[in-house]
Write a protein that binds this ligand. Structure first.
Ligand SMILES: Nc1ncnc2c1ncn2[C@@H]1O[C@H](COP(=O)(O)OP(=O)(O)OP(=O)(O)O)[C@@H](O)[C@H]1O
Length: 948
């Protein structure tokens, strides 16, 4: 069966101007298969004595920017390109011959976040000493044959390092043993805490060797990229050391080696993509639903309409590392817009993607060479060729589907899929493999396909062996028919299994046996009852025929393998172009998936705009009628309507948004929806809204309680609460500890390009301490100039911070319907955001309690106490006139900011001299009217504020 899955990483390299180049391949020391070839690569290919013995030329043409193919790789400073095939010696068994690990690895449960579309990636990590830790990482995927080097100057929380590890999701993380023993380093502890699925393996420090790392790079990178890669990583001491460790580990513990000049090596910095910390990935349910890991209710689950494993991997990697490059985003959005506007283009692309298998994995399998001969490997090789035949024939239809496209990105993908190498490959395969040979699902059918895969006439002996195979198969059929007739066995049938070969099965449910197990003649041996209603057995003759079949098959496989291996070697020459095509297909698949989402929604998605018009970013985040992409889907399935909300924030006037509201009024949903929409915009997706403008954020951090998960209570709009409230964490102390830990983390990492989401901080402590801490944290955050959405139950936060410049107070609207009979009323949730603090009775907690089965006497007493405390607090605050003075000062500043924005808007829009024609004059009059109305409203608001 074709294998599925792959690594979290996607193939990335700039494929522009891949002109002809030469490659040298190491001479093999020994070869197991009976054919002489100078193109083979041996396990010892890395040895310094390897002799170059072959020169191949390659070419490439289309350009797909690295950021396009990865999203995650906006930071890629430069890419080592693929220009030769890759060879990995992959033995049938992975039992390590000797181990370089110095102690037993810590096996940990699998990461809850990872959903293993990812595959076997090994990582090595090393760090320098100093205040700003420099961390070197090297990831090698043994499934997709890709090596990524990263150097990160990280903070004490290792946020960037953890982020990279989260994205590439390695199974094994190698670290110098001195970092584990005698005392575990901080980095080790942080990795263990954040990546519970990874296995931290201590190895001797001597394996982290820079000189060895450089040797590997010289010997392994593609020939024409050796120099550029060397220059790029010249000063990258740490990742080069890590590379040495990974390669040694793969060689020794996984028994794999890479052939000379065969590895796709690229360097990736930590810049160029939005940084999302691990706990945010989890709490915002970006990849996986927290409650039910197989639920589609996560951002990935909703966005994912991909048809290929490559597309899914690319989408996942983009969600974890959204882009920060505006030009790349715009080109993606252009392509997406074209796809959403041209139905035929969308459907043509979608149907051309459907038949694809995991091309990356297939290619990596094709470049592997076993260290020991094995019939299993021969069979696998022929399977791979059958799959390749199928895959190659699926590529030209993609180019056809894109024949009418206009946008640059789609044109680049079309060029990749129409590359001349694809046609060369198709011819190569057609020359060698039977036309009607195809992948089959049943073992016996697949075995037959394998046997007759190689075209008649390629090898005379093979044709003879196949004839005898055919004859023995016919003998088997004849024997079965004879046995059936001779022994009058009604319901007797032949079955086939890979391990057993042909055997016989008799159903006992027919009228003849009536469910009883019959006594069969002695000729039928190895009898066993299967699934209660079947008797399975064989005969000596059948076993002999099976043995004959096996021998014939082995012969066929070995002889076919010789031809197939020759074909594979020719195929390898074209593999760089296939890798590029695979990148293009992955990108197209992701775009089709996003286009599907954008067009399938009833309420509509819009193309986001980015606020980067001038040198000074205003940090404008303005979304009209924004909807939560995941909740909307869940609610529409249940026939409920999701209430859209507007979002508006600018750096100067409203970068810190305080959102208050009763329990269950929709605060968390609002906060999460803002962050999810920002992520969607930065992967180049349309967003669920009527209009949307985003700043480009470089980091997203959140403190969101995970007890409020997406799959939780779903109520309709304007729902009324009359029973229980939302779930709360029973363990106040642990909530408080989590609050403090995550707040400290956010404060350490916040920058003016960060988006911070904080949902109800300080609720695990006493009211006074909680308020004090919340205020202290908020003050630092206001000064940080980041964009912050802060929900709280402490109305005092809004009161105290409200007058500060850059702070905006909002609340979720709720209506309290008094009961006509004097009984408990109803609290009606409107799920609508509105300016200002909650205008309803400030003790909405008590209001909520009043509609719950809560003792009335206690409620009255609680209301008295709350009134007294509020009055005392307000009196204390009014003692000074500070609040009112500050409010007036803020009003003046806000007017200043608004007028300046208007001026800038007018300058950018009407800066050029208007023409004289009627149209221009009309437009000018219309704009003048609009501006006049806006100024009048601004004046009115200002007067109101000053007179308060
Ligand atoms: N915009 C909306 N439209 C429709 N339903 C919504 C909306 N926002 C929230 N809800 C519903 O209200 C429920 C509670 O929302 P949410 O958890 O965001 O409230 P909250 O104010 O954060 O509550 P708490 O303060 O108790 O944590 C959600 O599960 C959802 O079903």
């Amino acid at each position: 069966m074709p294998r599925t899955g792959g690594t979290s990483s996607t193939v990335t390299s700039d494929i522009s101007s891949r002109s002809s180049s030469s490659s040298t391949i190491a001479k093999p020391k020994k070869r197991w298969y009976p054919r002489s070839s100078s193109k083979s690569h041996s396990k010892r290919a890395l040895s310094s004595s390897s002799t170059p013995n072959r020169v191949r030329s390659r070419s490439g043409s289309a350009t797909l920017d690295s950021r396009q193919t990865s999203g995650a790789y906006g930071a890629t400073e430069s890419r080592a390109s693929s220009s030769t095939g890759i060879s990995i010696s992959r033995p049938p068994s992975r039992v390590p011959s000797r181990s370089m690990t110095t102690s037993k690895a810590t096996t940990r449960p699998y990461s809850a976040m990872s959903n293993r579309q990812t595959a076997h990636t090994v990582c090595a990590i090393t760090e320098g000493r100093g205040v700003a830790a420099t961390v070197g990482l090297c990831f090698v995927s043994v499934d997709t044959g890709e090596c990524v080097l990263c150097e990160i100057v990280d903070s004490q929380t290792y946020i960037r390092t953890v982020h990279k590890l989260t994205v590439y999701d390695p199974v094994e993380i190698l670290i110098a043993n001195s970092a584990m023993q005698p005392v575990k380093s901080k980095l080790c502890s942080i990795i263990e805490d954040n990546l519970p699925g990874a296995k931290l393996i201590p190895i001797a420090r001597k394996y982290f060797n820079e000189a060895v790392g450089h040797d590997y790079i010289s010997q392994l990178s593609f020939p024409k990229d050796v120099e550029s890669t060397r220059v790029l990583i010249a000063s990258k001491f740490f990742p080069v050391c890590a590379l040495a460790a990974v390669m040694k580990y793969i060689e020794i513990n996984l028994n794999l080696t890479f052939a000379a000049h065969s590895l796709r090596i690229r360097y990736e910095g930590s810049e160029g993509s939005m940084l999302i910390d691990y706990s945010t990935v989890r709490s915002l349910e970006l990849i996986q639903n927290i409650v039910n890991s197989s639920s589609p209710h996560s951002l990935l689950g909703v966005l994912n309409r991909t048809n290929t494993p490559m597309g899914l991997r690319l989408l996942r990697s983009n969600i974890l590392q959204p882009l920060t490059d505006k030009a790349t985003l715009e080109s993606r959005l252009d392509a997406l817009e074209e796809m959403t506007q041209h139905e035929e283009l969308f459907f043509a692309c979608q149907s051309s993607l459907k038949p694809f298998q995991d091309l990356d994995r297939l290619l990596t399998t094709l470049i592997s060479i076993p260290t020991k001969p094995s019939i299993k490997f021969s069979e696998q090789r022929i399977n791979d060729i059958i799959l390749l035949k199928q895959s190659v024939s699926c590529i030209p239809p993609i180019a056809m589907a894109l024949s009418s496209c206009r946008s640059d990105l789609l044109l680049a993908i079309r060029e990749l899929c129409a590359h001349e190498s694809i046609e060369v490959l198709r011819k190569l395969v057609d020359d060698c493999i039977n036309e009607d040979c195809q992948w089959a699902k049943t073992p016996v059918e697949l075995r037959n396909q394998r046997c007759f895969a190689v075209k008649h006439g390629h090898n005379g002996l093979l044709d003879v062996a196949r004839r005898s195979y055919k004859e023995v198969t016919e003998d088997v059929m004849m024997l079965i028919t004879r046995l059936k007739e001779e022994y009058d066995l009604d319901g007797l049938e032949s079955r086939f299994e890979i391990a057993r070969g042909y055997y016989l099965r008799l159903s006992t449910t027919g009228p003849k046996y009536g469910g009883d197990i019959p006594i069969l003649p002695e000729i039928f041996i190895n009898q066993a009852v299967a699934k209660r209603h079947y008797l399975e057995f064989t005969t000596m003759d059948l076993m002999k025929l099976n043995a004959k079949l096996r021998d014939a098959l082995t012969e066929i496989m070995l002889m076919s393998e010789e031809t197939v291996e020759r074909l594979v070697e020719d195929v390898r020459v074209q593999i760089p172009a296939l890798y590029k095509a695979s990148e293009g297909i992955a990108m197209l698949d992701m775009l089709v998936s996003l286009a599907h989402l954008a067009t399938a929604s009833e309420k509509g998605y819009v193309r986001p705009r980015f606020d980067q018009s001038g040198p000074e970013e205003t940090g404008l985040l303005a979304i009209k009628n924004a909807r939560h992409p995941v909740k909307e889907v869940i609610m529409s399935k249940k026939g409920c309507r999701f209430v859209g909300n507007d979002v508006y924030a600018t750096k100067e006037s409203s970068r810190f948004q305080i959102i208050t509201g009763t329990n269950m009024s929709g605060k968390s949903t609002y906060l999460k929806q803002v962050s999810l929409l920002c992520i969607m915009a930065q992967i180049g997706s349309f967003v669920p809204a009527e209009h949307a403008t985003f700043p480009i954020f470089r980091a997203l951090h959140s403190r969101v309680s995970t007890d409020e998960v997406t799959d939780a209570v779903v109520s309709g709009p304007s729902s009324s609460i009359s029973t229980t409230g939302s779930g709360s964490n029973a363990n106040g102390a642990s909530t408080f500890a989590a609050d403090m830990r995550e707040a400290a983390f956010i404060l350490q990492n916040v920058t003016n390009h960060s988006l911070i989401i904080i949902d109800e901080m300080g609720r695990g402590s006493s009211v006074r301490d909680g308020l004090a801490i919340t205020l202290a944290i908020s003050e630092v955050l206001v000064d940080s100039n980041a964009t912050i959405f802060f929900s709280t139950h402490f109305l005092e936060v809004a009161e105290i911070l409200g007058p500060r410049v850059g702070v905006a107070s909002l609340h979720m609207r709720v209506d309290m319907e008094e009961a006509s009979d004097g009984g408990a009323g109803k609290l009606k949730m409107l799920y609508k955001i509105a300016d200002g603090r909650n205008t309803l009775n400030r003790h909405y907690g008590l209001k909520l309690a009043s509609v719950l089965p809560f003792p009335k006497v206690m409620l009255e007493r609680a209301t008295d106490i709350a009134e007294t405390l509020t009055a005392a607090g307000a009196a204390a605050r009014q003692a000074g006139e500070q609040t009112s003075v500050a409010r007036k000062r803020k009003a003046v500043q806000e007017v200043y900011i608004s007028l300046r924005s208007l001026y800038e808007f007018c300058a950018s829009k009407f800066g050029d001299e208007a023409g004289d024609d009627d149209e221009d004059a009309k437009a000018k009059t219309h704009n003048d009217k609009m501006i006049a109305t806006w100024l009048a409203r601004l004046q009115e608001e200002f007067v109101n504020k000053m007179s308060q």
